[in-house]
Design a binder for this molecule. Structure first.
Ligand SMILES: Cc1nc2c(=O)[nH]c(=O)nc-2n(C[C@H](O)[C@H](O)[C@H](O)CO)c1C
Length: 152
């Protein structure tokens, strides 16, 4: 039985962790889901490794990046950490991040982005655990926005 880790943060302004857990239950009702909420994105590497050590086969990390340059640097550091973690463990760690400044201050839009991106990346994780996404290659899939679509 698959074990899926969910790591999210208190820094986030939308509860993407709960959205991810709900969507995992929809797509993978038999999977064990282990959730760990940490203070912020820079703590997610530790959280993901903890869940991997506890036996998770894959981890989805839900991060929220603030609008300042310092926030962006924190995210860059985290991204490198999450990539290193995958190199060292070989475990898929799917980084799902919402940037607070990507909706131009429109908080309703920001929620829509967070919900759409979380659900679609849970779907991506589900597909990757069952094989790969090759049936969707080149289809212009987007998370947080409508699919851009294929150029034909
Ligand atoms: C500058 C900064 N920006 C963010 C952010 O954009 N998103 C986030 O989740 N957390 C941020 N943090 C906090 C760090 O991730 C971490 O929680 C603290 O440095 C404590 O280790 C910091 C310190």
């Amino acid at each position: 039985m698959a074990c899926i880790g969910v790591v999210d943060t208190t820094f986030a302004r939308i509860d993407m962790g709960s959205l991810a857990v709900d969507e995992l239950r929809n797509l993978m009702p038999d999977a064990v889901v282990k959730r760990l909420t940490v203070p912020g994105i820079k703590n997610t590497v530790w959280g993901a490794l903890k869940l991997i050590k506890e036996g998770c086969d894959a981890v989805i990390v839900l991060g929220w990046v603030g609008p300042t340059q310092t926030d962006k640097y924190s995210y860059l550091a985290t991204s490198i950490g999450l990539m290193q973690l995958q190199i060292q463990t070989g475990v898929l760690v799917l980084d799902v991040t919402v940037h607070e400044d990507e909706a131009g201050g429109d908080e309703k839009r920001l929620r829509e982005i967070a919900v759409d991106r979380t659900k679609k990346h849970v779907w991506n994780l589900y597909q990757l655990l069952r094989g790969d996404l090759s049936p969707y290659a080149g289809k212009g899939l987007r998370q947080g926005y409508p699919h851009a679509g294929e150029i034909v």
